[in-house]
Design a binder for this molecule. Structure first.
Ligand SMILES: [Zn+2]
Ligand SMILES: [Zn+2]
Length: 289
């Protein structure tokens, strides 16, 4: 069974707009495992719409603690628990993740205690194992091997690209990062590279309609990659397919898929997918939602 991705949320940043795409989260099915990478707002709905039974929640990875990647982690696990979660969940993320989780269950203490007493549920707090990781090996579990690489996402220092290898297949997530050449070596020969991307003209339009525009431009340029830079990483790494996600901007009606493709084609000639919510992607291609 080959690796399959469902792009649950494909926009960069925390804002949502009517009918627009959702912040970052992705479902990865690899070697028979169900893996969630990042938990931006909408992840629970996205997984449900993708046909994933929440009871089967297994492995969750968070690339960094920006809210567009972690805001719905607690609500996802809690909803799985109320849906009848039967087996423990393991959550992997950078330093600080444990504090997020402890604070979340503390905030929901009333509900958790009530449901244990009233509905006879197992204690959610004993069903979740939080593993904080640094750079290097993250998990070895059967055939599944997960590693991390610290990327360049100021002012966040603990932001990690992730590489999943299983039975000769590999999928790499760039996480949020400025152009970061070491990613090319890290993603060497991966079947699929999911890389974040910005479109320069779109950023200018975004900056023009934002109150604090100059500051926003400065942050975006220092902390994120242009679409052409994502293409450069893919080309140097020799990946099987490049998938752009965490798109900035993702909801500008003046910018369409053709604009993204044009920007990436300057540096990458291989198989290419421009992410959109609900899209199913394999190394061979994509299916409409
Ligand atoms: Zn982000
Ligand atoms: Zn970020």
């Amino acid at each position: 069974m080959s690796a399959r991705l469902v792009l649950l949320g494909t926009k960069g940043g925390p804002a949502i707009r009517p009918g627009g795409p959702w912040p970052t989260s992705t479902l990865l099915e690899l070697g028979g495992r169900t893996i969630v990478v990042d938990c931006g707002l909408g992840v629970t709905r996205g997984l449900t719409d993708a046909g994933v039974g929440l009871k089967a929640l297994d492995l969750i990875f968070v690339t960094h603690l920006h809210s567009d990647h972690v805001l719905e982690l607690g609500p996802l696990i809690h909803t799985a628990w109320t849906a009848g979660l039967a087996t423990p969940v393991r959550v992997f993320g950078p330093t600080g993740l444990n504090r997020y989780w402890q604070s979340f269950v503390q905030a929901l203490e009333f509900d958790i205690e009530t449901r244990i007493a009233d509905e006879g549920r197992p204690d959610l707090r004993r069903m979740v194992e939080v593993v904080e990781f640094g750079e290097g090996e993250v998990l070895r579990d059967g055939e599944l091997n997960v590693t991390s690489l610290r990327v360049d996402h100021p002012p966040v220092t603990d932001c990690f690209a992730l590489r999943f290898d299983c039975n000769g297949e590999s999928v790499v997530f760039s996480a949020d990062t400025a152009f970061f050449p070491p990613l090319a070596e890290y993603a060497r020969d991966a079947d699929i590279l999911l890389h974040e991307a910005m479109l320069e003209e779109g950023v200018e339009r975004l900056v023009a309609r934002t109150a604090n525009g100059a500051r926003l431009r400065e942050h975006l340029m220092a902390s994120h990659s242009l679409a052409g830079e994502a293409g450069t990483i893919a080309a140097r790494a020799g990946v099987g397919r490049l998938v752009l996600n965490h798109l900035i901007p993702a909801d500008d009606p003046e910018i369409g898929e053709a604009d993204w493709i044009e920007a990436v084609r300057k540096t990458w000639n291989g198989p290419l997918t421009i992410g959109r919510d609900g899209l199913v992607v394999t190394a061979k291609g994509e299916d409409a939602p």
